[in-house]
Design a protein around this ligand. Sequence first.
Ligand code: ATP
Ligand code: MG
Length: 423
Amino acid sequence: MSNTIQAIRGMNDILPEQIHRWQQLEAIVQEWLAAWGYREIRTPIVEQVSLFKRAIGEVTDIVEKEMYAFTDSLNGDQLALRPEGTAACVRAVIQHNLLYNATQRLWYAGPMFRHERPQKGRYRQFHQFGIEALGFADPDMDAEHIVMTADLWQRLGLHGIELEINTLGDSDARLRYRTRLIGWFEQHADLLDDDAKRRLHSNPLRILDSKNPAMQSMIEAAPKLLDDLNDRSVQHFATVQRIAGAQGVSFRINPRLVRGLDYYNDTVFEWVSHHLGAQSTVCAGGRYDGLIGQIGGKPAPACGFAMGIERLLDILDACQVQSPVAAPDVYLVHAGEAAEQMAWGIARDLRQTGLHVIRHCGGGSFKSQMKKADASGALYACIIGDEEAATGSLTLKNLRSGAAQTTLPLTDAITRLINKERS
Ligand code: ATP
Ligand code: MG
């Protein structure tokens, strides 16, 4: 029996050999966000439970079953690890009065926590980045989010991600629809599972989201919200579609798309990839004009979306988008006291030119050091022995080209390293 301590189920280490994929993705994403004029906001990972209850809704999977909530043993506060980013972002915007005479285009990134059954694409600690545009009422902002996501797929070289959109209308429309929907489900009460029965009066729209095969055809035939929309919502939705279409983004209207959280109105959308199997949604969002008022701010319209980074990486894999492996440019091999002294200085000089340099630590024979140089993935081994130290030269070996090693005067050698010449 091993008594080593393991990471918590569903919470993963990201190891050094995986990290370059993350960093490369993050770099592209950050460049894309800057290109669209969004600024980063960082909020704490822990918030009051009441924030999530108010923002996400009490009768949602997240709040009912998935939230890591706990009592602060020192003062009894009810706290939770954030299950998503929007609530905290909006809390911070209200707290710091960021909408005073202003609009905001914000983004966030980081770990989120949900107590779900771990499987591919579904973890207990996972990572999202998301954006929130606050203070924008018009449909051109909903469209901006759709068009900018399509731009990201292009920047990443991804294909086969499809857009589904729907509208939830305003709260009046949803109220009218709710009544019709409850009526429909009551007529088919014998088909409802326990979750659906529980939600029948508290959150009947969520029943549309059910994956239970036994309920599918009944849900398919249920009344559609589109019939309850007022003119403004119809117009809003039409404009979003018109702009998206004009910008070359194709989509499918999915009347069953209601999103898992309570706070949405009007436009909702999901980007779905067939590469992902059951966990097919990589990006989801929409408009949430009621949320800011709901958590105590001066009401203001808003919309946003969030993406799952692990799922995005899975799609990158499936599309065989390669990322370069992060390896040092130079591994400095040295033996002898004078050589060691020189190695410190050369390493410093090379780093100042922008090269990534590992100076061998721990001594050992040239042969064993050369093995380590090779294993490090470095392009060059740069070798300093007694002779190089005495003459002020460097011996270079390109570890990837198979060329023979060569000894050069210091400045020539450094030039060759900076230019990353093949031999
Ligand atoms: P799902 O229907 O897959 O449970 P969701 O509706 O709960 O997703 P959102 O709250 O909208 O998801 O989160 C936005 C995105 O974050 C999802 O589209 C997905 O890419 C990612 N995501 C959500 N939950 C997880 C999880 N447990 N593990 C990994 N990624 C997740
Ligand atoms: Mg979920």
